[in-house]
Ligand binder design. Structure first.
Ligand code: ME8
Length: 520
């Protein structure tokens, strides 16, 4: 039976249209989900929108809408973007769903039954933007003397009656969790930050609000709504049918990976496991805090006027190009910069001129010189075997082992080195010159190229799914043979030679892009 794999992204605040950071995180999760499917695992991939909380309520009020209307409108934009980006999720959750309210109330009751919730008064520095209270020690002063959170957002002194979660009880169990499971928080830098924070001591957490009502009601205390993070984190359970003992829940919980950005690691690696321990629910296996995407080194913001619509980027450069660029250019755990020039440079150098060119010249030569016929009737020389071995090693060992640890850029780097090796081989072998002098040798070279292009297309398919499929269609590779298992099947080539003879005139799948401005 296929081993299950459950991956989630953060659920996004639909208080505006999706930005490039949302696209980045969700593309990475989609690549991971496709990669695990291609490894033969049964994958469940969930994303969605986080629709409650003061931030949503305030934004809706500013726009003269109800929070529900705002959530409906903006959530639609997220789904449209993800469809456009070829993101194949299994569940898109909205926290305003009735099922989600039930799940959040169920986990609340479980924490209460464990003696971890109590009513008290809360005073503290509250940031509406972060939906979080901060300690006095964490507050800084801005240039105009205003108080700021560690994220640089404004905070206000707030007093309210509130339910509290006994987070202080969980300091030791959390530290034990991090120590015993070094992979629980990744990458290492985030793990260190979280450990230092927890070692510094944990205060009980205010987990309800009475100042507004846009949220999930606290069971038995109807004037309180849950702190938005309690309900938001619970989405990962709701999507599997919690609190019911469903087949999905049994199969997919605990989650293998919560993929989130670095700014919300504390919520996922401290609060969430504490809530789950309290409720007696198994803990997820890993929380990965990826880096931030910057526009030419700067955070995008409306006031700077550098906000890029990810839909426009996809329209302009192509979905697969954007997906490839984001994962190849930036070391996943770190912050990284993008610009239109960088996208064009990377896409032209690697997709169009290297991989695309390799595929196109291999197929055209087979089409022109062999009438599109594949054959097993040739003698491979050592150079041919050596190349194929190197390509298979990159495709079945280096890329997968890097992708398993979310080192996408490293995995794609190994893949690209294999592409370069193939192009170098073609240049050295010069099969076009062999046509007259040594047609048998030409056959061996062209078949080797064909075999390598197939392996490279399959390996990179999670990243550039539609381009890779267009290429594999041209190669005649059956749809069920485009995964990693197919790469260790020795008999595929013989089967293909027997089943199929002429390729159509090959067409390139990775167009050369123009630099911004060139077409103006
Ligand atoms: O934080 N680059 O929602 P959100 C990369 N609703 N990632 C970025 C980014 C950037 N420039 N900007 C944001 C929330 N992100 C909560 C999550 S989960 C139970 C609740 C990432 O819409 C961010 O780190 O502000 C987060 O993982 C995701 O986008 C959604 O951010």
């Amino acid at each position: 039976m296929a081993e299950p794999y459950y991956i989630t992204t953060a659920i996004h605040y639909p208080n505006g249209k999706p930005h490039i950071g949302h696209a980045y995180e969700t593309i990475a999760a989609d690549v991971m989900a496709r990669f695990q499917r291609a490894r033969g695992r049964e994958v469940r991939f969930q994303t969605g929108t986080d629709e409650h909380g003061l931030k949503m309520a305030q934004k809706a009020r500013d726009l003269g809408m109800s929070p529900r209307e705002l959530a409906d409108e903006m959530s639609r934009h997220f789904r449209d973007l993800f469809d456009k980006l070829d993101i194949r999720y299994d569940r898109f959750i909205r926290t305003t769903e009735a099922e989600h309210h039930e799940a959040s109330q169920a986990i609340w009751r479980a924490m209460e039954a464990n003696g971890d919730l109590y009513l008290d008064r809360y005073e503290g520095w509250y940031s509406v933007r972060d939906e979080a209270y901060y300690d006095e020690s964490e507050i800084a002063e801005g240039e105009g003397g205003e108080k700021l959170s560690p994220q640089g957002t404004p905070v206000e002194w707030t007093v309210e009656e509130s339910w509290f979660f006994r987070l202080s009880r969980y300091q030791e169990p959390l530290l034990a969790l991090y120590r015993e499971n070094p992979g629980f928080i990744r990458p290492e830098t985030r793990r260190n930050e979280v450990m230092r924070f927890v070692e510094g001591g944990l205060r009980d957490l205010s987990v309800s609000r009475t100042s507004f009502d846009w949220g999930v009601r606290v069971p038995g205390a109807e004037k309180h709504v849950m702190y938005v993070w309690v309900d938001a984190l619970t989405n990962y359970l709701t999507g599997l049918g919690y609190p019911d003992d469903t087949e999905d829940y049994r199969k997919f919980w605990p989650a293998n990976l919560h993929l989130i950005g670095k700014d919300i690691v504390r919520f996922h690696a401290v609060y969430w496991p504490a809530f789950l321990m309290s409720a007696g629910i198994e803990l997820p296996k890993q929380v990965y805090g990826h880096g931030f995407l910057l526009n030419r080194g700067q955070k995008e913001s409306k006031s700077v006027g550098n906000v890029t619509d990810p839909v426009e980027l996809a329209d302009r450069f192509g979905v697969d190009t954007l997906r490839y660029f984001l994962l190849r250019e930036i070391a996943f755990g770190q912050d990284g910069s993008y610009s239109q020039e960088a996208i064009v440079t990377r896409a032209n150098a690697e997709l169009a001129n290297s991989f695309g060119n390799l595929a196109q010249r291999s197929l055209s030569m087979i089409f022109k010189n062999l009438d599109g016929r594949l054959t097993t009737d040739y003698q491979a020389l050592e150079a041919d075997d050596r190349l194929e071995e190197a390509v298979l090693e990159a495709c079945t060992r280096d890329l997968p082992s890097a992708f398993e640890t979310l080192d996408f850029s490293e995995g794609l780097g190994a893949w690209m080195r294999a592409v370069f090796a193939c192009n170098q081989y073609v240049d050295e072998m010069a099969p076009w010159a062999l046509r007259k002098t040594d047609p048998e040798r030409m056959q061996a070279v062209l078949m080797t190229m064909f075999r390598c292009v197939r392996a490279l297309s399959i390996a990179v398919r999670p990243v550039v799914p539609s381009s890779s499929d267009r290429l594999l269609d041209q190669l005649g590779i059956p749809e069920g043979e485009r995964d990693f298992a197919a790469l260790s099947d020795r008999a595929w080539f013989e089967r293909l030679c027997n089943s199929r003879f002429a390729v159509e005139k090959p067409v390139g799948v990775f167009p050369r892009l123009e630099m911004p401005g060139e077409d103006a």
